[in-house]
Design a protein around this ligand. Structure first.
Ligand code: PLP
Length: 433
């Protein structure tokens, strides 16, 4: 089935005359016309041409309760009438910080920002300022926002990226300050020998190791047994701070994020996306001894919109629900996600398509590959990513919206009927590939 997109096509043409490239974030560029939505509710989207979609993008992760949940609409509209922005202190920010403290293992103290990139930037500034050391260890394939210090080697062309165990930093854009690379040390993830050797080469210079504790920007890869514990130990031995970027995993894989699910507590954690169900809130949370450098004013952290009253009202309502209904929401998302993963796997084998499926259920990734495992970026880069892009288009035509690189997010609003409908649509899409 091909969709009718007359109005979307016309809006895209109009947009390109007013908005650079027609979209406001590069993540929304598609090979064809991007989605032009009229509304989003629960697990569904409606576009301007009257097409409907079951949504597994969820605003790139935030809409963990589904789209436009009533409790968020009420919390936000009530605060709108009491003041949109104060740039002053208020009770709600304290309540949200206390909720984060009680949910997230590393959160002894918290600071708020608006988006994940800012909070990740704050974590890196804090690590350097607190330790007095210049370098950050970053892993190939991990994404920590679009700002210069970390926009290196997210999905680099492998032929420019050096050897797998000692990659060279490849800037993710023209215009990234080349000097930033000098203080960034790249290595392979899920490989403790490579990390140990990297640290030995830069002993005494490394402020922090930053990672996505479950890698979600390059597949959905859970670390190998013992890897995070070994990284934690290495950090303790070398006086290096461990930063978990939980912008995707936070409040999604468990109420306390990947650190709670996997049982390893970092020194600093970065949160965003799901923590406010779709409002723009991010947070840097960490050990009090480290956050003290911000508390004392040694390391600068600021922002006009930080702890924005309307966004905080949204975060308070969403976090309260996630916390209080944790025994219902998290197992349910996981069960539905795993049903989908199993169903997709069964369809792929029935159609004879080599496919690997990784994830926890709350989110998961499909790969077109004959490989039996994907451990890091180099493995991911060897999968058939152009077939995945084609499948993304075919799924849209069947009314299923997924992240183009093959990632799927579940929400508390998805139902068993949604999963049935998705599997029927998936079989049609895959058989047309
Ligand atoms: N960190 C991770 C792991 C992310 O996935 C993202 C965004 O996708 C970011 C940081 C940046 O967050 P934002 O897009 O809100 O700036």
């Amino acid at each position: 089935m091909t969709r009718k997109l007359d109005r979307s096509n016309a809006l895209y043409e109009r947009a390109r005359a007013a908005i650079a490239g027609g979209v406001s974030s590069d993540a929304r560029r598609l090979p064809g016309t991007p989605l032009y939505l009229e509304k989003a509710h629960g697990s569904r989207l409606w576009d301007v041409d009257g097409n409907t979609y079951l949504d597994y993008v969820l605003g790139q992760g935030p809409a963990i309760l589904g789209h436009s949940p009533e409790l968020l609409a009420e919390a936000v509209s009530a605060q709108m009438r009491r003041g949109v922005t104060y740039s002053a202190q208020h009770l709600t920010e304290i309540e949200v910080a206390e909720r984060v403290q009680s949910m997230v293992p590393c959160a002894e103290l918290v600071r708020f920002n608006s988006v994940g990139s800012e909070a990740a930037h704050a974590a890196i500034r804090l690590a350097r300022g607190h330790t007095g050391r210049p370098k950050i260890v970053k892993f190939e394939g991990h994404y920590h926002g679009w700002l210069d210090p970390v926009l290196f080697s997210v999905h680099p062309p492998v032929d420019q990226a050096g050897p797998g165990d000692q990659p060279v930093p490849v800037p993710g854009s023209a215009g990234v300050a080349a000097g930033q690379a000098a203080d960034l040390v790249l290595t392979a993830w899920n490989d403790i020998e490579a990390l140990t050797a990297t640290i030995a080469r830069h002993r005494g210079e490394i402020a922090a190791i930053v990672m996505e504790p479950v890698l979600c920007n390059t597949g959905a890869i859970t670390p190998e047994e013992g890897y995070l514990a070994a990284v934690r130990q290495l950090c303790d031995d070398e006086g290096i701070l461990l930063i978990f970027d939980e912008v995707i995993t936070g409040f999604r894989l468990a109420p306390g994020g990947a650190q709670q699910r996997l049982g390893i507590t970092p020194d600093l954690g970065v949160f965003g996306k799901a923590m406010a169900g779709g409002m723009q809130v991010s947070a840097l949370a960490g050990k009090a001894t480290v956050m003290e450098s911000i508390a004392a004013g040694k390391v600068a952290h600021a922002g006009t919109f930080n702890s924005h009253p309307v966004a905080m009202a949204g975060a308070r309502a969403v976090l309260e629900l996630l916390d209080e209904k944790r025994d219902d929401i998290y197992p349910r998302m996981e069960r539905l996600g795993r049903r989908l993963m199993d169903g997709i796997g069964a369809i792929a084998s029935r159609l004879g398509v080599p496919m690997l499926i990784h994830g926890t259920g709350h989110l998961f990734q499909l790969y077109f590959t004959e490989a039996t495992d994907i451990r890091n970026y180099r493995d991911f880069a060897a999968t058939d990513r152009s077939a995945m892009a084609r499948l993304h288009g075919l799924l849209l035509d069947e009314g299923i919206n997924t992240v183009p690189r093959g990632l799927w997010f579940l929400s508390a609003a998805h139902t068993d009927e949604d999963i049935d409908q998705t599997l029927t649509a998936f079989e049609k899409a895959l058989s047309r590939l």
